[in-house]
Design a protein around this ligand. Structure first.
Ligand code: CUA
Length: 332
C-alpha cells in the first residue's frame, strides 16, 4: 500500500496540471474553425497515445509477473507465443497502422483549415524585440500589440520579423507560425465569437521573450469598420495650450527618431506608431496597463519595467514629462 501522503501528493499534482487546461489561452477551448480542427486532432492523438501506453504497460506487467514453473520449457524453445508473429505484429504492423492513421488524420486536418476567401482581410504582423507591429494595408493603419478583427470573417495574417525569429500564437484561434526575417509566412484564421483573445510569442527571441504578449480583439463588423476608420485618421491637432505644449515637447525630444505620430513631423519607424496610442489597452506589449502613471514610468525608466528593451530612458524635468504624458494620453 502507498502511504496516504503520497496519494495526496499525486492527486494534488494531477489537479495542478489539469488547472493549466483552462486559461484564457487554452487551445482546448477553440473559438474559431482552425483552432477547433487542431483541438480535435489533439484529442485524437491524446486518446490513441493513452491507448498505446496502456497496452504497452499491460504487456510489461504481464511479462514481469509471468513466472515460469520449473518444469516449463524456456522461451527459446517455447512456441506458445507463436515464434516471430508477436514481434512482427506488435513491433511493425501495429505501429505502422497507428502512425499511418494519425498521418492521414493530420493531413485531413491541414486540408480542413480555413483558406483565403474573396472578402478575406489582410493584416501584416511583424515581430520585433519585444513587441508586435500591426499594419492594415487597406486602411493604411499601423498600430502595435493589438490586432482588431471583425468577428466571423476570415483574416489572413502576413507574418514577418524585423530582427530575430519570433512565433505568432493565439491558441484559441490557431496554431503557431514562425515569424522569420526576410520571409513572409501566412496564417488564415477566423474568430467565431466576440471578445479578446490572448496571444504570445512562442519562439525564444531574447531576454524579454516571455513578456512579448499580444491581444486579438474580435469585434462586430460595423464596430470594426468604425475602428479602422478612426485609426486611419491622423492625430488631431492639440485642442488646448497644455496639449500644444506637450506636443512641442514631444516634437523637440528624441522620441521622434523612433516613433511616428501621423499628422506631425514625427515619422520614426523603430518603435511603435503612437498616432492613436491612447486607444490601446496596454504598454510594452502587454506588460503594463496603458495608464498615465505607467506611461510616465515607461518614458522615464523603460528598463525598470522591461529590462533590455530597445527604448532608451528619457531625461526631462517632471513638468515637461507631465505635459508630454498629457499630450500622449490625448491621442485616442
Ligand atoms: Cu518574440 Cu519570443
Amino acid at each position: 500500500m502507498l502511504p496516504r501522503g503520497w496519494i495526496l501528493v499525486a492527486l494534488g499534482s494531477i489537479l495542478f496540471a489539469l488547472a493549466g487546461c483552462s486559461s484564457p489561452a487554452s487551445m482546448l477551448e477553440p473559438s474559431g474553425p482552425a483552432a477547433a480542427q487542431i483541438a480535435n486532432l489533439w484529442w485524437v492523438y491524446l486518446i490513441l497515445g493513452v491507448l498505446v501506453w496502456v497496452i504497452v504497460l499491460a504487456l510489461i506487467l504481464v511479462a514481469l509477473f509471468h513466472i515460469r514453473r520449473p518444469d516449463e520449457p524456456s522461451p527459446e524453445t517455447s512456441s506458445r507465443f507463436g515464434g516471430d508473429t508477436p514481434i512482427i505484429l506488435g513491433g511493425v504492423a501495429l505501429p505502422a497502422v497507428v502512425l499511418v492513421a494519425l498521418f492521414l488524420f493530420t493531413i485531413g486536418t491541414l486540408r480542413a483549415l480555413p483558406t483565403v476567401q474573396p472578402n478575406t482581410l489582410n493584416i501584416e504582423v511583424t515581430g520585433l524585440q519585444w513587441w508586435w507591429r500591426v499594419h492594415y494595408p487597406d486602411g493604411r493603419v499601423t498600430t502595435a500589440n493589438e490586432i482588431h478583427i471583425p468577428v466571423g470573417r476570415t483574416v489572413q495574417l502576413l507574418l514577418n520579423s524585423d530582427d530575430v525569429i519570433h512565433s505568432f500564437w493565439v491558441p484559441r484561434l490557431h496554431g503557431k507560425v514562425d515569424m522569420i526575417p526576410g520571409k513572409t509566412n501566412t496564417l488564415v484564421l477566423q474568430a467565431d465569437t466576440l471578445g479578446e483573445y490572448v496571444g504570445e510569442c512562442a519562439e525564444f527571441c531574447g531576454t524579454q521573450h516571455a513578456r512579448m504578449h499580444l491581444r486579438l480583439i474580435a469585434m462586430p463588423p460595423d464596430e470594426f469598420d468604425a475602428w479602422l476608420d478612426a485609426q486611419s485618421r491622423p492625430a488631431p491637432d492639440p485642442a488646448n495650450s497644455t496639449l500644444r505644449e506637450g506636443q512641442q515637447i514631444f516634437l523637440g525630444s528624441a522620441c521622434v527618431y523612433c516613433h511616428t505620430i501621423r499628422g506631425t513631423n514625427a515619422s520614426g519607424v523603430l518603435g511603435p506608431d503612437l498616432t492613436h496610442l491612447a486607444s490601446r489597452r496596454t504598454l510594452a506589449a502587454g506588460v503594463v496597463p496603458n495608464t498615465g502613471g505607467y506611461l510616465t514610468g515607461w518614458i522615464a525608466d523603460p528598463h525598470g519595467i522591461k529590462p533590455g528593451n530597445r527604448m532608451p530612458p528619457t531625461l526631462m524635468d517632471a513638468d515637461d514629462l507631465n505635459l508630454l504624458v498629457t499630450y500622449l494620453e490625448s491621442l485616442e
